[in-house]
Design a protein around this ligand. Structure first.
Ligand code: ADP
Length: 656
């Protein structure tokens, strides 16, 4: 990790930001506008409020002019009163409209983001396992969060700002020209100066802001990396507390310094902008004053003018930086779309059939499978090159590992092709045992059955139907899987069990738990079935979790059972409970078991001996022994271990 891991966030927020400017294309804009379409009614209303607010802001200077030029000289007290009231009413009305405008604005912005988020989450839920094994999900989520928030800013502030300011500038210029064109030209003369100053400082300021973001991200990355269990463990075990504090110190100091620079530059920006504005105003008063002296026009006109000029400069100041801000926010959209556009490689065919009354005959026809993944299926910036388990990295020794070089090699025989020309057939209700060395492809084979992946070549048939021709949900309902690692949601045991079947009754739940030999244990917990388990809940032992997983599968009642037998050494009592539970759950179902126990292998109707992605031998125990091949060899060397209580074909250390 170290430098490498610390860099990603900086990369995502920093490097990418650099090319943010050029990227606004018409298709992108059209797509963003597509998201705004459902809100067009509100958008029109919003435009109306913008016009109203602008119109109101144009009134005040005119009233001033009237006051100075007509009302006061004429000594018209009644008119003075009316104008004074108008001067109070205008901001009140403006304020009211403004509140309404903000509400509209927020509801459009939040609405679009809500739609976008939902589309994104739905899409992510449908992406295949391939995507997730190649992507750091934490990074993905944090990236998406930031991008979605940026996109929201684009919708709710940038766009509205630009539109408001454009309308304002146009309206003000029109009013000014119609009022006194010579003065208008004078006021507009300082504009180039103004625009140059605003651009220069704006660029500098943006640059600093981006730098600040990078520094912040780097600081956050250190926190993320070192303040989780894996990181803390690593730091402690290698006695690196001081180093880590130092590393953090450096980053935090950068954040502090850039914060100061930012504040100083920001104030320069406003001072200079203010100065240019003041010069323009002074020019108008000076030249205008002379014109008044010559009787070319009235004092009121100059006052109104100066006031318009201030408004004009303000609007222009906002506009100078708007294009860049806009482009930046558009890129956030683009990055969200990039995820939404990832192709679904496990998709349901149109018109896929619903599997009903499954008997459970399973056939692999010349199945070949590669883990390779096309670039287009990945997100470049959050891709990873293999999962680095922090704790494992610690245990495998050495310095803090770099994401690439120090990655512990978990699997012994990494190959391009995980399965090659695998063919076999299982009758309904039969038990198949998969045996073979670690890395042979057993897990991969089991993943193809619930369609976590599709074969690269060949096909898999369930009761004669190609898995790709049936609906995903009906396939999911027919295949139950018990893996070595049981994932439980942070919720009650009951809710976790109900995940298998939402409408199960308490009696059914208990029956399943009895069959899985876990009911008595659950009943003995302080809150029984309502005990909260999972990440921060009650910690279950490995054996308990596995029995819970078995209960969950019993509740689901699938025709096909895929099982990865535990390789870890459980105590013999726990072991016996699990074996007994498994016997129950396998009865009457087609079962495919990655077998590590002699009893399972002896009971199997078919043993598939897998090596380097191929089925090298298949048959029943006695036949295979008689063949005297790989199986016989494995059996010879491993059998004595089973009698000593160890599993027959243990996984090698480090196997997932
Ligand atoms: P087994 O379960 O027999 O130990 P696996 O099915 O886990 O073997 O692995 C078979 C092969 O596929 C190994 O060479 C392994 O490196 C590779 N492999 C497993 N999972 C992935 C993955 N997500 N991406 C790429 N290669 C993988």
């Amino acid at each position: 990790m170290g430098m490498h891991g610390g860099g990603w966030f900086a990369y995502v927020r920093g490097e990418d930001d650099k090319d943010k400017k050029q990227h606004v294309t018409w298709p992108l804009l059209k797509r963003v506008l597509g998201y705004a379409r459902p809100y067009r009614g509100r958008i029109i209303l919003l435009l109306g409020t913008i016009l109203a607010v602008t119109g109101l802001s144009l009134l005040t200077p005119l009233i001033m002019r009237d006051l100075i030029d007509r009302t006061l000289p004429a000594g018209n007290a009644g008119r003075l009163n009316r104008l004074a009231i108008a001067l109070v009413l205008i901001p009140i009305a403006g304020g009211a409209i403004n509140i309404f405008q903000r509400k509209l604005n927020a509801s459009i912005g939040e609405g679009v983001i809500y739609d976008l988020r939902l589309a994104l989450y739905t899409h992510l839920q449908r992406l295949s396992l391939r995507f997730f094994t190649h992507t750091k999900t934490g990074e993905l989520i944090s990236r998406l969060n930031n991008d979605v928030i940026d996109a929201q800013r684009a919708i709710s502030s940038t766009i509205v700002d630009i539109v408001t300011n454009l309308i304002q500038v146009t309206a003000i210029l029109i009013v000014m020209f119609s009022l006194e064109w010579r003065l208008t030209l004078l006021g507009v003369m300082v504009l180039p100066l103004f625009i140059v100053a605003a651009r220069r400082l704006g660029t500098k300021l943006r640059h600093i802001a981006r730098q600040a973001m990078d520094y912040n991200a780097q600081m956050n990355a250190i926190m993320n990396e070192t303040l989780n269990i894996g990181g803390v463990l690593l730091v402690r075990l290698f006695g690196r507390t001081a180093t880590e504090v130092e590393r953090f110190d450096v980053r935090a100091a950068q954040v502090r310094d850039i914060g100061i620079t930012r504040a100083v530059t920001g104030s320069q920006f406003f001072v200079i902008i203010g100065l240019v504005g003041a010069i323009g105003t002074a020019l108008v008063y000076w030249v205008g004053g002379h014109l008044v002296l010559n009787g070319a026009f009235t004092i009121g006109t100059i006052v109104a003018f100066a006031s318009y000029l201030t408004q004009l400069y303000g609007a222009l100041q906002n506009l100078t930086n708007a294009p860049v801000a806009f482009a930046t926010s558009m890129v956030s959209f683009e990055r969200v779309f990039e995820v939404i556009d990832l192709p679904l490689d496990i998709a349901e065919k149109p018109g896929a059939r619903v599997l009903r009354d499954v008997r459970g005959a399973l056939t692999f026809e010349d199945v070949t499978f590669e883990y390779r993944i096309d670039e287009e299926h990945l997100l470049r910036s959050v891709e990873r090159h293999g999962q680095v388990d922090m704790v494992q990295a610690v245990l495998s020794g050495g310095e803090k590992t770099d994401g690439k070089t120090g990655e512990p090699v978990a699997i012994s025989q990494a190959r391009e092709i995980a399965l090659e020309h695998v063919s076999f057939h299982i009758e309904p209700g039969q038990l198949v045992a998969l045996v073979g060395p670690s890395g042979a492809g057993k897990t991969t084979l089991t993943y193809l059955i619930p369609r976590l992946y599709d074969p690269t070549e060949g096909r898999i048939l369930l009761d004669g139907h190609d898995l790709r021709d049936v609906t995903l949900s009906s396939l999911a309902a027919q295949v139950g899987m018990v893996t070595q690692e049981t994932h439980l949601f942070h919720d009650t045991i009951r809710t976790n069990l109900l995940y298998a079947r939402l409408d199960a009754t308490q009696a059914e739940i208990e029956a399943a738990c009895r069959a899985a030999n876990i009911h008595d244990f659950i009943a003995g917990l302080p809150d029984g079935y309502y005990t909260v388990v999972g990440e921060r809940g009650y910690r279950l032992s490995g054996g308990e979790k596995q029995r819970l997983a078995i209960a969950r599968v019993i509740l689901k009642d699938p025709r096909i059972l895929v099982l990865d037998e535990a390789t870890s050494h459980l105590d013999s009592q726990s072991e016996a409970l699990i074996q007994d539970a498994l016997k129950t759950v396998m009865a009457g179902r087609t079962s495919i078991v990655i077998a590590h126990r002699l009893s399972t292998i002896l009971a199997a109707d078919l043993i598939l001996v897998i090596d380097r992605g191929r089925i090298v031998e298949q048959g029943r125990h006695d036949d295979l022994i008689a063949q005297g091949g790989l199986y016989a060899g494995l059996y010879e060397t491993q059998f004595s271990r089973e009698r000593n209580g160890a599993p027959l074909f243990p996984a090698e250390a480090g196997e997932p």
